[in-house]
Design a protein around this ligand. Structure first.
Ligand SMILES: Nc1ncnc2c1ncn2[C@@H]1O[C@H](COP(=O)(O)OP(=O)(O)OP(=O)(O)O)[C@@H](O)[C@H]1O
Ligand SMILES: [Mg+2]
Length: 326
């Protein structure tokens, strides 16, 4: 949080902020921190132009620029504006230095838009991705030498204690004091394996189950089912966010007991009307499915050669928690 705040600090003096890049596994607070840092800045500098783009949904250059024109300068957009027109609109109307959050930036179809942002005076960005990919890699060297990413912030998985603390605050705020014991929260944290989103969903599910039973305190016996139900809930929500390429991959894998990458690609290519290349699939769509724990990958031996092999990640059933480990 401090690093992102430092990156944005120049805006308080009327200068362009530093670009920064946040990366790390799912559910570790990247989006939360980026939004909180911008919110904090807005308390210092009222009216700072800001925008949030989820590049998973808005993955083309024009889609990103359209969102920026709307959020940064409140432009009423003529239908299907050209790239140049959108950039002009933003450049001409941007009032002082501003900041853009590019969430899920690894889903951008191309990275020229980073160059567009660079050309707009006063604009800086916070890019968010799962892995420390080089966001500027596809750009021309002459361009990348001029665009810099001054802050790279790595987020690590939360410890059980950190998750318990997050839950404890949520419970106090959302359920009131005394609705759940600390050891029940610790149990939710342990079963959620460092995943804050999952743990918070489990707390919500557990509260709902307890209410249904007419209880005012969440009993420990509900935790196991709550965690399993929460996992399904989170998974369902993630699946609903998949783009059509990722959805086809997921559906193919749902029908199969795992496929090596080449076979998976062949099946995808058959099923999708406008398929991307194998390379793009491998570098872009498949890692996304892995990041969100929808698909597992390992290596299998075929004729003495190792091949990547993908299968649907198995949902956790409550029985899983009966094992000795827990
Ligand atoms: N430090 C924290 N304090 C309180 N809540 C948190 C914290 N970190 C994360 N959360 C909560 O956990 C959930 C997941 O966080 P967030 O969406 O920021 O993760 P992310 O790193 O962006 O994950 P993804 O890569 O899946 O998008 C959110 O509900 C968020 O409010
Ligand atoms: Mg996020």
């Amino acid at each position: 949080m401090n690093e992102v705040t430092d990156a944005l600090a120049p805006i308080q003096d009327g200068f362009r902020a530093e670009n920064c890049f946040l990366f790390g596994p799912s559910s570790v607070g990247k989006t939360t921190v980026a939004k909180a840092a911008v919110r904090e800045l807005r308390q210092e500098v009222l009216d700072v132009p800001h925008a949030y783009v989820n590049c998973w949904q808005d993955y083309t250059r024009n889609a990103v620029l359209e969102q920026l024109a709307r959020d940064l300068v409140g432009a009423a957009l003529p239908r299907s504006s050209s790239t140049g027109r959108l950039i002009d609109l933003i450049t001409d109307n941007l009032n002082g230095p501003g900041v853009v959050i590019l969430d899920e930036a690894d889903q951008l179809r191309g990275t020229e838009v980073l160059y567009d942002l660079h050309e707009i005076r006063g604009l800086s960005w916070i890019g968010i991705a799962n892995r420390e990919v080089d966001l500027l890699a596809d750009l021309d060297d002459r361009v990348t030498s001029r665009i810099s990413v001054a802050y790279r912030v790595r987020f690590d998985t939360y410890s059980e204690d950190a998750i318990t603390e997050i839950l404890s605050r949520r419970a106090r705020e959302g359920l009131g004091p005394g609705a759940v014991d600390e050891d029940v929260l610790a149990r939710i944290a342990r079963l959620s394996e460092g995943d804050a989103r999952q743990a918070i969903a489990a707390l919500r599910v557990a509260a709902r189950m307890a209410t249904r039973e007419g209880l005012s305190v969440i009993p420990a016996r509900l935790v196991k089912d709550a965690v399993a139900n929460a996992e399904r809930e989170v998974r369902q929500k993630t699946i609903s966010k998949l783009n059509d390429h990722q959805r086809v991959l997921y559906e193919v894998l749902a029908e199969e007991d795992g496929l090596i990458q080449k076979e998976l690609y062949a099946r995808y290519e058959e099923a999708h009307p406008d398929p991307v290349t194998l390379r793009y699939l491998r570098e872009n769509h498949l890692p996304k499915l892995e990041h969100y724990n929808l698909v597992d990958v390992d290596l299998v031996l075929v004729n003495g050669c190792e091949f990547p092999h993908h299968r649907m990640a198995q949902p956790v059933s409550p029985d899983y928690f009966e094992s000795a480990y827990f």
